[in-house]
Write a new protein. Structure first.
Lengths: 237, 258
């Protein structure tokens, strides 16, 4: 492979352009933010509850949205047969998968950052800076770092599964079924590829399920690695 | 491709334009679909507008591709292949789904493409359509190249004449050295390129012609003759073989594909 074909940076720009130029994807992304506005306006709690809910409010829904979004970004290319055109322009398919992973992660991390900041501001306005740990910046940074890493991992699982299964409906159903199955055995609950993000983000901000976080990162890395191998399979004619 | 594997080409889409799939996201406009493909090629908006105009989709550039007809999708796929301004176009069954107007347009486009000194490699099972478009024919059967020849050297074109005085005309033509390769009660078949001479002889001797026309190379006949040598064509009579004697530049049948 020569190095003159488009690099990952150009391919990330391409993926971002594809999202922006699509009819529904920008609407869906804006919808995620707008959906939180009523909750921010009417959710009334004390300072401790507001802080403990910060991670889940900014990351839980966003994480699973990012997982589904990762599936759609990848699998749509196969569904609408545009993957062939992309692979003809850039025969180094792994670069495209890496670019899709970066793009999905960037979208998810940006969404969660906006929501984290918004929920933080709402908490500060209602309960003051100390109530939201602004006097302990490391706490705030640590809370968001956990959200960002988990959302990245969820997006990576989506991209990996989308690349493996190549069909959006099948991939989403597979993830949904996998999540249902994971919830029953103790060994997989909050440790499997779908429920690990739940194990991290559904808990209060003041608690951290390290096992779930490590599981989420491992599953995300494994899914992307599997996708990097799977993307080289022949396309059905 | 150009002596290297496709994956090893520095700028594959600038060297080879491939029309393989008519894929596009239905929720994206034609112009944006092409821009998404142009970004990795380092190709700007102007080129996108140029290729849209080339394939006759300039007015539909801002329409969502979900509302495109099959013919428009075919043109959009061709536009995508042209983005990199390649020297070689590879088209797989490009007439599939095209209406007669679209087929005629594609034929004219490919002729003008070739006239620019570029190459178009057309893969198709519709041999009658291919025969009207190509300069060179390669027939592959069972993994072997059974024919690799310029289209005009296939020796399978012929002239057909219908007249109530077929026997008399045959005699007059024979006197001029034109021996019919086939004959019926009201018609003759002659080698390609003889239509003008046939017309002149008929006019000189007051013979009314009901029909006089030239058939181009019939690739279907060539194909069956080369791939089923023991199956006779419908008019498998002596001297009427669709494939003439070995021509210069025509490969011997059976070269295995590498």
């Amino acid at each position: 492979m020569t190095g003159r074909q488009a690099g990952v940076g150009v391919l990330v720009r391409t993926e971002l352009f594809k999202i922006a130029s699509s009819r529904w994807q920008p609407v869906a992304l804006a919808g995620i933010l707008i959906l939180h506005v009523p909750l921010m306006l009417w959710a009334g709690q004390d300072a401790a509850a507001s802080w403990d809910g910060l991670r889940s409010r900014s990351g839980l829904f966003t994480g699973y949205f990012t997982m589904a979004f990762g599936v759609l970004v990848v699998a749509q290319d196969y569904r609408y047969r545009t993957a062939v055109l992309a692979f003809l322009a850039v025969p180094g398919r792994r670069r495209i998968t890496i670019a899709q992973g970066i793009t999905v992660a960037a979208v998810g991390v940006t969404l969660s950052a906006v929501l984290f900041a918004a929920w933080l501001v709402v908490g500060v306005v209602r309960y003051g800076g100390p109530g939201m740990h602004l006097d302990r910046p490391a706490d705030v940074a640590g809370a968001y770092a956990v959200v960002a890493v988990t959302v990245w991992a969820a997006g990576a699982v989506g991209v990996g599964v989308g690349t493996l299964l190549r069909g959006p409906t099948g991939a989403l159903l597979a993830l949904g079924g996998c999540g249902m199955v994971e919830l029953f055995p103790d060994a997989t609950r909050f440790r499997g590829p779908v429920t690990a993000p739940l194990g991290v983000l559904a808990w209060p901000t003041s608690e951290l399920e390290v096992t779930s976080l490590a599981s989420a990162v491992c599953w995300g890395s494994l899914a992307v690695t599997a996708g990097l191998f799977a993307v080289r399979r022949d396309l059905p004619s | 491709m150009f002596g290297r594997g496709y994956r090893e080409l520095d700028h594959p889409a600038h060297q080879v334009g491939a029309v393989l799939e008519t894929g596009s996201h239905p929720g994206r406009s034609a112009r944006d679909h092409l821009r998404a493909l142009a970004l990795p090629l380092g190709v700007g908006r102007r080129r996108v507008d140029e290729v849209l105009a080339t394939v006759g989709l300039a007015a539909a550039g801002d329409r969502l591709t979900g509302g495109f007809s099959l013919g428009m999708r075919g043109r959009l796929t061709l536009a995508a292949a042209l983005l990199g301004d390649p020297a070689l176009l590879v088209l797989d069954e490009p007439t599939g789904g095209l209406d007669p107007e679209g087929i005629q347009w594609l034929r004219a486009f490919l002729r003008s493409w070739a006239a620019q000194g570029r190459t178009a490699l057309l893969s198709s099972h519709v041999l009658a359509e291919v025969a009207q478009t190509v300069d060179h024919v390669v027939i592959i059967s069972g993994g072997r190249v059974v024919l690799d020849a310029p289209a005009d050297r296939l020796g399978c074109g012929h002239v057909e004449v219908r007249t109530p005085a077929a026997a008399r005309l045959a005699g007059l033509l024979a006197a001029q050295g034109l021996v019919p390769t086939g004959a019926g009660h009201d018609g003759l078949r002659l080698p390609a390129g003889t239509a003008e001479q046939v017309g002149q002889v008929a006019a000189q001797h007051g013979i009314a012609l009901v029909e006089l026309h030239t058939h181009g190379p019939d690739l279907e006949e060539v194909y069956f003759a080369l791939t089923r040598p023991h199956v006779g064509a419908p008019d498998d009579e002596p001297g009427a073989s669709p494939v003439g004697p070995p021509q210069p530049g025509v490969d011997a049948p059976g070269r295995r594909l590498r």
